[in-house]
Design a protein around this ligand. Structure first.
Ligand SMILES: NC(=O)c1ccc[n+]([C@@H]2O[C@H](COP(=O)([O-])OP(=O)(O)OC[C@H]3O[C@@H](n4cnc5c(N)ncnc54)[C@H](OP(=O)(O)O)[C@@H]3O)[C@@H](O)[C@H]2O)c1
Length: 210
């Protein structure tokens, strides 16, 4: 797959390197793309502007501070037909009023807000609930040893593609359901940042449903 990374920091940098390592075509973007060249070269990936990442990717990973999303929407416009993986989280201390509003608005989850900003994209929530060091150090496992990565979305086919991207780098996708269900792995929710194996995560999910 062709994957454009928006926000090539802790999460975007780590995921992009993993995906490039297993043979996907990756473009890391930045407001200063020159600074990413040596990281990208190590895994045979490209670098470019945010706009170039959007044009390049069939899949776009969104991994910037949540508070920067409105400016990004203004900058890139629509992402029609793209699979948009939302790895962001709203943190009021970092992201300000927009994060506060999203958290207070119980009618819309954070990723439903992101999806509403890119109405033509197939938005899937994933990788927001895993610490980047776990993503770095616990990748490429197999079977029951794999760490769970929660995923949800309203578009079945797009979600299957993202599940493949999770499993290709040695994590286990834990499909939580539609976008609205994603509230269970947002900050402070039961499945957020637990870094459980898939067996442990499935047991916790069952317990929560009981
Ligand atoms: N850290 C974690 O373990 C973790 C885990 C799960 C989810 N998340 C979420 O993932 C997102 C990114 O977190 P992170 O820790 O990876 O952050 P980070 O290391 O600070 O990287 C964020 C990147 O976003 C880019 N950026 C900042 N403002 C931007 C803008 N206006 N337009 C485009 N790009 C912009 C920056 O790229 P340039 O300066 O190069 O342009 C930066 O490299 C956050 O929403 C966070 O809550 C983080």
């Amino acid at each position: 797959m062709k994957i454009g990374i928006i926000g090539s920091g802790n999460i975007g940098g780590t995921l992009g390197r993993h995906w490039a390592t297993v043979g996907h075509e990756v473009l890391f973007s930045s407001r200063n793309p020159e600074e990413l060249k040596s990281m990208a070269a190590k895994v045979n990936a490209q670098t470019g502007t945010v706009q170039e990442a959007v044009t390049f990717g069939d899949v776009i990973l969104l991994a910037i501070p949540f508070g920067k999303i409105p400016a990004l929407v203004q900058q890139v416009g629509r992402l029609d037909g793209k699979i948009l993986i939302d790895a962001t989280n709203p943190y009021p201390q970092r992201d300000g009023d927009i994060a506060r509003q999203i958290i207070e608005n119980k009618l819309q989850t954070a990723t439903e807000y992101v999806a509403s900003q890119f109405p033509g994209a197939h938005t899937i929530k994933a990788f927001n609930s895993i610490y980047y060091k776990v993503l770095e150090e616990m990748a490429f496992r197999s079977g029951d040893q794999r760490i769970a990565v929660q995923v949800c979305g309203d578009d079945f086919q797009a979600k299957q593609m993202v599940i493949q991207l999770i499993e290709a780098i040695g994590f286990a996708a834990q499909d939580i359901g539609n976008l609205a269900s994603g509230v269970i792995f947002e900050p402070n929710a039961p499945l957020y940042n637990k870094n459980l194996t898939i067996t442990e995560a499935d047991a916790l999910l069952l317990q929560l449903a009981a």
